[in-house]
Design a protein around this ligand. Structure first.
Ligand code: ASP
Ligand code: MG
Length: 420
């Protein structure tokens, strides 16, 4: 059995969904479990809804709700003729359910919990639309709720999987009389009985969870790019597909922020030696990228750019050294504030790190530290990570920039830079 994953771009509009159906037809003789994300930018749109709702902004909530409904309705009614009344009724029920959820969460002060109860509708709507359309054109499938299978703790928005229970549940999925089973990415359920989510872009991880528990033969992530590229085309003109990657290098690339695959995806696959393919949904015959346990040398340099970085530098006011105790305190605050460090360095008297700038997180962090520490920071910086670098590349990339912090290992260089 294979696990497929269609991300937001693969199902973003009518043409994309028809293309997805064509891909599935080409594999109709095989058993496939298909994980689908929210359509296009729906998750961002739902985030707007959630903020408006949480801030009790009735007008904005209603407006955003209607926009989301209209967008999905437009696509659904282009795929399914309106004579199929019962399907439209089922579709309508999702929005009634969303409405009820908004009502029921009005008094909940736990933002992250409220967030998860609403954010999951992106995947619910998307899987319903796709599964219904596929059935309608004769691609028989059944839709199963991911929340009935993936069980997590109650860390809303970043839930941790309970592997034991999850595995037991997923193993019960009955493939006997069906070739295609569809479910939601990103969505899970906590043991309080509420929805949880696996972190933004978490659908890849969902695919890996199902693959692990079902001992799948392979996972294919279908994307709008030809495979894993050596750089983001947003920043680079010339990019190339990396045809073959080790699990190891893939984790490293994902860790440094290559937006190819969610970083948590690789571990479950590596643990069971399940190969991963990243392929273009626009050209299914191209091989894309194969990720597996083979030892493969990265032959081309890979670049990972992150903009909008904030570089923070902390030093104790009393001129004491930065030692384990200070580091422990610093990391506890960072962890509580969910600040994810992209690069760090410490010297005798200071500790520096860069993260994706968020005004609130920075403010809270500075507040916590300022009593005992001098905190300096720098905004609007770039972080570039190059795997497989050489001197010529470094010079090209840092030309006309000043480098504020640099870390180098044999394979990887990271530089925090600003324009001169
Ligand atoms: N829809 C979710 C997101 O946009 C999960 C995913 O697409 O992987 O973050
Ligand atoms: Mg996505």
């Amino acid at each position: 059995m294979k696990i497929f994953k269609f991300g937001g771009a693969s199902v973003k509009d009518v043409a994309a969904i028809k293309n997805a159906a064509a891909i599935l037809k080409a594999f109709s003789d095989q058993k496939i479990l298909l994980i689908i994300s929210a359509m296009g930018k729906t998750t961002n749109h739902l985030e707007e809804l959630i903020h408006a709702h949480f801030n009790a902004d009735k007008e904005k909530t209603e407006k955003t709700f209607n926009e989301i409904k209209e967008k999905h309705f437009e696509i659904f009614s282009e795929l399914i003729p309106n004579t199929e009344k019962h399907l439209f009724e089922q579709f309508e029920q999702y929005f009634q359910h969303l409405n009820t959820t908004l009502e029921n969460t009005q008094l909940d002060k736990n933002f992250d919990r409220v967030y998860d109860q609403i954010i999951v509708f992106g995947e619910m709507l998307s899987t319903f639309i796709n599964a219904t359309y596929f059935n309608y054109i004769g691609l028989k499938n059944s839709l199963i709720p991911a929340a009935d299978y993936i069980v997590t703790n109650n860390t809303y928005r970043e839930a941790k999987v309970n592997w034991e229970i999850t595995e037991r549940k997923i193993k019960n999925i009955d493939f006997e009389n069906q070739n295609l089973i569809i479910t939601q990415g990103f969505v899970a359920k906590g043991n309080e009985g509420f929805y949880t989510s696996l972190g933004r872009e978490g659908s890849d991880f969902s695919a890996a969870i199902f693959a692990y528990c079902l001992n799948a033969e392979e996972v294919i992530i279908w994307k709008d790019v030809k495979g894993v590229l050596n750089a983001d085309p947003k920043w680079f003109d010339k990019t190339e597909v990396i045809p073959h990657l080790s699990y190891y290098d893939t984790i490293e690339l994902a860790y440094y922020g290559a937006s190819v695959i969610h970083p948590k995806t690789i571990k479950p696959l590596q643990n069971k030696n399940i190969p991963l393919r990243v392929k273009s949904f626009l050209n299914i015959n191209e091989p894309g990228t194969l990720v597996n346990n083979d030892r493969v040398e990265l032959t081309v340099p890979s670049y990972i750019f992150k903009i909008n970085q904030c570089l923070v530098s902390i030093s104790p006011k009393d001129f004491s050294f930065i030692v384990e105790d200070n580091l422990k305190e610093i990391f506890e605050h960072l962890s509580a504030l969910k600040i994810r460090i992209n690069i760090m360095q410490n010297t005798a008297l200071s500790f520096s790190f860069a993260f994706d700038y968020k005004e609130k997180s920075l403010e809270s962090f500075v507040d916590l530290m300022k009593k005992q520490y001098k905190v300096k920071y720098n905004l609007g910086l770039e972080l570039v990570t190059i795997r497989n670098y050489n001197q010529e590349i470094i010079e090209k990339i840092s030309h006309e920039k000043s480098v504020l912090l640099e870390l180098k290992s044999r394979n990887t260089i990271q530089m925090v830079m600003k324009n001169k």
